[in-house]
Write a protein that binds this ligand. Structure first.
Ligand code: IMP
Ligand code: MG
Length: 411
């Protein structure tokens, strides 16, 4: 049963990140050769320490080599007509990098925390590699003084799914520190509301703290519905937010997002969702909004992972094949216990924040989010617009911001 399950799991490419899996595979070789699972007794401390030192050196060397492959890839990317990079041959789904990544340094730092090299039974894991990549990304940005904009996803990144950003949230003081260091902040969330008051209800802990700390207006924006509703921080407003006129944030390409194209896309999305509701017999309601359509179950009911994934993948496919889906960008995603199709996606949301703050480029901008699998995940597209960090829960966001704080203090 286990093997059969594993085979099926492996077939689901939408549940894998090929770059992380590839690095994990490279690290597995020294793990298999060097780890000493038979040597578990306290009386061989020197042997265990030698194994850890040896494994550390070998893992670090792999990271040096991957670092060089990324540097080479950067010289090839965005140059049509140039031969493909070696990294692209090895990992065909690899995208573009905005900055080099100091992976060896980041590995050493994470190893000092997670003691990856000392493990005898558990090989370097997906999460180890994901966190090493995050550390490398923030090291690269901070050391080159390029952290000008930090955008955050909302649910699961800043607070638990469906919660609000309340005053005791430990992320607040860290975001204040970023602002004090000169960075601009964006909250790029799928949650789509037209009124500032609704965002205040979700984010009041942070917004009140910024006002109390005397932060000036316009240091933070909220981009709702992925890339549809833009509000700027303004302490003089009761909701601490003010709607930003379209001409101050919209990108020229968004001119094609006409009411006609939006309605056509949401009509196709709604009918795709409704057909999934019927054939999977889902216990959900359908919610049509101005820039989104979604399905959600009644309070207390949880949808199965398989139901959520099937619905997202079917809806996405139907939209991709439709005329309406070719006219404007959209994002179909699994929100944990609901599914939404939004107009636009987070690449547009992040780019609109970059534009609002005067034209910050992708190599000076970091997006932090929890949804980075290739299908049914809404932070994934942010990779087209900025450097990214992939966190698994709000506590990891706090750790990442502490890492950034330490790096800023080192300067
Ligand atoms: P995020 O993680 O901050 O991007 O928020 C995603 C969640 O926001 C979804 O799972 C939904 O529960 C909720 N949501 C509320 N309104 C919308 C909408 O218009 N589009 C997509 N998600 C929405
Ligand atoms: Mg999220």
């Amino acid at each position: 049963m286990t093997t059969r399950y594993r085979v099926e799991y492996a077939l689901k490419t939408h549940r894998r990140d090929q770059f992380i899996e590839w690095i994990k595979g490279l690290l597995a070789v020294p793990f298999v050769l060097l780890s000493q699972p038979t040597n578990i007794h306290e009386d061989d401390k020197p042997g265990v320490a030698a194994m850890a030192a040896n494994a550390h050196e070998r893992y670090a060397q792999i990271m040096v080599d991957v670092e060089a492959l990324i540097a080479d890839h950067i010289t090839h990317q965005n140059k049509p007509g140039q031969p493909t990079s070696k990294l692209k041959l090895l990992v065909p789904s690899i995208g573009n990098f905005f900055t080099p990544l100091p992976l060896a340094d980041a590995f050493k730092w994470q190893d000092s925390r997670r003691h990856i090299s000392s493990r005898r039974f558990v090989a370097p894991s997906f999460n180890d590699v994901r966190l090493i990549l995050n550390s490398a990304q923030v090291m690269s940005l901070v050391r080159s003084s390029r952290l000008e904009l930090v955008t955050f996803d909302g649910d699961v990144t800043l607070y638990d799914d469906g919660d609000s950003l309340t005053p005791e949230n430990p992320v607040i003081s860290r975001i204040l520190d970023l602002i004090k260091n000169g960075a601009r902040i964006g909250i790029v969330t799928a949650a789509g509301y037209t009124e500032a008051e609704k965002y205040y209800q979700r984010l009041y802990g942070l917004l009140d703290a910024l006002a109390d700390a005397g932060v000036e207006a316009h240091k933070l924006v909220v981009m709702g519905g992925e890339s549809n509703f833009c509000f700027t921080f303004d302490p003089s407003e009761a909701s601490k937010l003010r709607s930003v006129p379209l001409e101050e944030w919209q990108l020229p390409e968004m001119k094609t997002w006409t009411e006609e194209n939006i309605t056509a896309l949401l009509d196709v999305a709604e009918s795709a969702l409704r057909s999934c509701v019927t054939y999977l017999n889902l216990p959900v309601s359908v919610l049509r909004k101005t820039r989104a359509v979604g399905i959600y179950p009644p309070a207390g009911v949880r949808l199965a992972r398989e139901q959520l994934e099937e619905t997202v993948l079917v809806t996405q496919r139907i939209l991709e094949l439709s005329d309406a889906g070719k006219r404007i960008p959209f994002c179909a995603f699994n929100g944990g216990n609901d599914i939404f199709v939004d107009i636009g996606d987070k690449s547009w949301g992040v780019m609109a924040c970059q534009r609002y703050f005067g034209g910050i480029d992708g190599g000076r901008s970091l997006h932090v989010g929890d949804q980075f699998l290739s299908a049914g995940a809404n932070d994934f597209k942010a990779r087209l617009a900025a450097t990214t960090a992939w966190i698994a829960n709000p506590a990891e966001t706090v750790s990442l911001l502490d890492e950034i704080g330490d790096l800023l203090n080192e300067k």
